[in-house]
Ligand binder design. Structure first.
Ligand code: F6R
Length: 628
C-alpha cells in the first residue's frame, strides 16, 4: 500500500495540513476568488455559505485584502450564514450579524440585500416558518457553491450539536454546555451565553456543492480526528462530511496532532526514527501494553507495528534503557538548574546562578494555572523571578464584579467624616456605576470600565502570586495594546505590541523565559501573545542575553503535554499542590478547564508512574522551545 492510500485508509475526508492558519486562509481565499470569477463569467451570482467564530477571521481578512488590493468584487455574491444566537438582535455586540458586519461585510462591496443570516429575534411561533423560508431561499438561488465551516469542541458544524441527524434542516436548537462554556469569555460569563440558536441543519450543509472545514490549534485536534477518521455518527456532526463528494478539511499543524499519520505514523508507512518519534512510539507502546518501559520485550514491538524500530535501534533491552533514561532525565526539582552540579543530563543548565526568570502569562490567570508550583520552586531556590501579565484580562470580568467594586468604593467614600477629601472617589464610583448602567449588559466597556475591570484582576493576580512566594514588586502588568483595543475572537496585534515586549526583554535580559500559547488557536489571547514574543525575541536577536536565554513552554488552557513531549517535568509535593489549589482559589472567574489544573498535574504524575519512572503527587510539565 502506498503512503497516500495508507493515509486514506484512516482519513475519510481529504485533509490538508498547512504550516499555519494564514497560509490556509490565503489558499481558501484564492479559491473563493476563482469561484466568484467563474460564476460571474457565466452571468451568475456566486453563493457562499459563511461561518462565524474565531476560525474564519484570518480568511475574512484575506478576502478583504483581495477586495481592497486586488479589486475582487463581491457585488455579485450572495451569502448565507450558518447560524445566529436565538434571542440576540442584529445590533447586539455578540450577535453573528454584528460579527459578520465588523469582520467582513462592512469592508467589501456586497449589497446588503444579498446577505442572509437567520434572525435571532423572530417570535417563537414563527421560528418554524422562518427556518423553512431560509431553506427555500438557499434553493431559490441555486444552492450554495462553497460552504465555509468551523468545528466546535462538541464536533458541531453550524450549531448542530451532538444528536443532530444527517438529514436535519434549519431549525432552532439548544446549545450544548461545552459550546456555551467556549463562548463564555465573549459573553463575560457562561451564565450570559444564550441557550438557543437557529442553525442550518446537517442536511442543509451537505447540500452545498463544496465544503471546506477549517480548524486551528491543538484544542481542535481530537474532534478533527474523530470527524475525519472516526465512524459517521450523530455524536460528531462534522463526521457527516464523510458523506459528501467534495468536502475538505484545511487545518494547521496543531489541529492535525491526533490524526493517525501524525500521532502514530508507524501505522501508516515507513517512519524516520528521530529521537522524538522514537520516544513517542515507546511511550505509546508502554501505555498500550500497560507495561513500564523497562518491561517491553520483542513480542510487544512486533505486535505493535514497531519491529522496524527494534531492528534499527534494538535490542529491546538496550532501547528500553535508553528511552527510560531520557524520560528519567526530564524529571528535576530544580527548574532553574541545580547550582554546582553536573548538568550534563539535566533539562536546565546549572550556570548562571541565580537566574533572572521571566514568567509570561497571556491573561492574568494562565501562569498560575500552568505553573504556579514551578514558580514556587524557582523562588524558593533563590532565582530572580518576575511574573509578567501580558494583558489586563479585563474583558473576562463581568459587569457585576465592576459594579460590586464601584458600589463598595461609593459606600466607603460617602461615609466619611472628611467628605471633601473623598469627593473625587465618590465621583469616580458614581461615573463607573452610571457607565455600567448606560452601556447595558453586553455593551462595549468605555476606558474607565476597562481600567476598573483590569484593576480587579490585578488584585487577584497579586493575591495568587503571593501564595507562590512572589511579592508585589515581582508582578508586572504590561497591558498589551492589542488586547486593550480589541474583543475576543477579533484581536489585531501591531508593531506596538512587539515593541512593548522587546523593551521589556531588553530591560530584564532574562536567562530563562516561561511562556505558553504555541499550541493554542492562533487568534486566542495566548496564541497571539506567543507569536508576539517570538517576534520580540527575533527583534532582540543581536543582544547578548537572547543567544543564551532558554525558553520553556507550559500549557495553560490547552491540551496538556503528553509524556513523550515533555522536556522538563517538575514534581510537586502534596504541600505544593495544596498551595497551587490555594492560588487558583484567588480567582473569581476561572473556566472549568482552568479549575482542573491541579488534577491535570496529578494525571501527569500518574502517567510518569505508569511508565515505571517515579511516583510523585503531581508534576508540572514543560517543553523546550526550539527556535525555527
Ligand atoms: C459559527 C459556527 C460554529 C463555529 C464553531 C467553532 O458560525 O457555525 O460551528 O464554527 O463553534 O468556533 P470557533 O471558530 O470560534 O472555534
Amino acid at each position: 500500500m502506498s503512503i497516500r492510500s495508507a493515509t486514506e485508509a484512516y482519513e475519510k475526508i481529504p485533509t490538508v495540513i498547512f504550516a499555519d492558519s494564514a497560509k490556509a486562509a490565503r489558499t481558501l481565499a484564492e479559491e473563493v476568488k476563482s469561484i466568484i470569477e467563474a460564476r460571474n463569467r457565466a452571468g451568475k451570482a456566486a453563493v457562499l455559505g459563511m461561518a462565524t467564530g474565531s476560525t474564519p477571521v484570518p480568511f475574512y481578512r484575506e478576502l478583504i485584502r483581495l477586495h481592497k488590493e486586488e479589486g475582487v468584487s463581491f457585488k455579485n455574491v450572495i451569502t448565507f450564514n450558518l447560524d445566529e444566537y436565538y434571542g440576540l438582535g442584529a445590533d447586539h455586540p455578540e450577535s453573528y450579524a454584528k460579527f459578520m458586519a465588523e469582520q467582513l461585510f462592512d469592508h467589501i462591496d456586497i449589497p446588503k440585500e444579498n446577505i442572509n443570516i437567520p434572525s435571532g429575534t423572530v417570535p417563537g411561533d414563527q421560528v418554524f416558518a422562518h427556518c423553512r423560508q431560509y431553506e427555500e431561499k438557499i434553493e431559490s438561488v441555486g444552492g450554495i457553491d462553497l460552504q465555509i465551516l468551523g468545528i466546535g469542541r462538541t464536533g458541531h458544524i453550524g450549531f448542530n450539536e451532538p444528536g443532530s441527524s444527517r438529514d436535519s434542516l434549519t431549525r432552532r436548537i439548544t446549545l450544548d454546555r461545552v459550546t456555551r462554556q467556549d463562548a463564555a469569555s465573549d459573553f463575560r460569563g457562561e451564565q450570559n451565553v444564550p441557550h438557543f440558536a437557529i442553525t442550518m441543519g446537517v442536511g442543509t450543509i451537505l447540500r452545498a456543492k463544496k465544503l471546506v472545514l477549517m480548524a486551528w490549534g491543538e484544542n481542535k485536534a481530537a474532534m478533527v480526528a474523530k470527524a475525519v477518521e472516526g465512524p459517521m455518527t450523530e455524536v460528531v456532526s462534522a463526521s457527516f462530511l464523510q458523506d459528501h463528494a467534495d468536502a475538505r478539511f484545511f487545518i494547521d499543524s496543531g489541529a492535525s496532532r491526533e490524526l493517525t499519520r501524525i500521532k502514530l505514523p508507524w501505522l501508516v508507512g515507513p517512519t524516520s526514527w528521530t529521537p522524538r518519534e522514537t520516544r513517542r512510539a515507546m511511550v505509546w507502546q508502554a501505555f498500550k501494553t500497560q507495561r513500564p518501559v523497562l518491561k517491553l520485550v520483542d513480542e510487544h514491538y512486533n505486535e505493535n507495528g514497531l519491529s522496524d524500530l527494534l531492528s534499527e535501534q534494538g535490542p529491546a533491552y538496550q532501547l528500553n534503557i535508553r528511552i527510560f533514561n531520557q524520560l528519567q532525565h526530564t524529571i528535576t526539582g530544580w527548574p532553574g538548574g541545580k547550582p554546582d552540579e553536573d548538568d550534563t543530563y539535566r533539562p536546565e543548565r546549572a550556570r548562571p546562578y541565580p537566574k533572572r526568570c521571566l514568567v509570561f502569562s497571556p491573561e492574568p490567570q494562565d501562569a498560575v494555572v500552568g505553573m504556579s508550583g514551578t514558580i514556587d520552586r524557582l523562588v524558593e531556590q533563590g532565582h530572580d523571578v518576575h511574573l509578567i501579565a501580558l494583558t489586563s484580562g479585563s474583558l473576562r470580568v463581568p459587569d457585576s464584579e465592576a459594579g460590586k467594586f464601584a458600589g463598595t468604593l461609593l459606600e466607603l467614600a460617602s461615609n466619611t467624616s472628611r467628605p471633601d477629601a473623598w469627593a473625587p472617589q465618590v465621583d469616580y464610583a458614581r461615573e463607573a456605576l452610571a457607565l455600567l448602567e448606560a452601556k447595558g449588559e453586553f455593551g462595549e466597556d468605555p476606558p474607565l470600565l476597562r481600567q476598573l475591570k483590569g484593576l480587579i484582576l490585578r488584585g487577584e493576580l497579586r493575591d495568587a502570586a503571593h501564595t507562590a512566594g512572589l511579592a508585589d514588586d515581582r508582578v508586572t502588568f504590561l497591558d498589551l495594546p492589542f488586547y486593550e483595543q480589541g474583543r475576543y475572537r477579533r484581536f489585531k496585534s501591531t508593531q506596538a505590541d512587539i515593541d512593548a515586549l522587546s523593551r521589556l526583554l531588553t530591560e530584564y535580559k532574562p536567562h530563562q523565559i516561561y511562556t505558553t500559547g504555541d499550541a493554542a488557536d492562533p487568534s486566542s489571547v495566548a496564541g497571539i501573545c506567543f507569536r508576539l514574543l517570538v517576534a520580540a525575541l527575533q527583534a532582540c536577536a543581536g543582544e547578548e542575553f537572547a543567544g543564551s536565554c532558554s525558553v520553556w513552554l507550559y500549557r495553560g488552557k490547552e491540551r496538556p503535554l503528553e509524556p513523550h513531549e515533555i522536556d522538563m517535568a517538575v514534581p510537586l509535593s502534596p504541600l505544593q499542590l495544596e498551595r497551587k489549589e490555594n492560588a487558583l482559589s484567588r480567582y473569581g472567574a476561572l473556566s472549568s478547564l482552568e479549575k482542573e489544573a491541579p488534577e491535570a498535574s496529578r494525571e501527569n504524575a500518574r502517567l510518569y508512574d505508569a511508565l515505571g519512572l517515579a511516583e510523585y503527587e503531581a508534576i508540572e510539565s514543560f517543553q523546550r522551545w526550539r527556535r525555527a
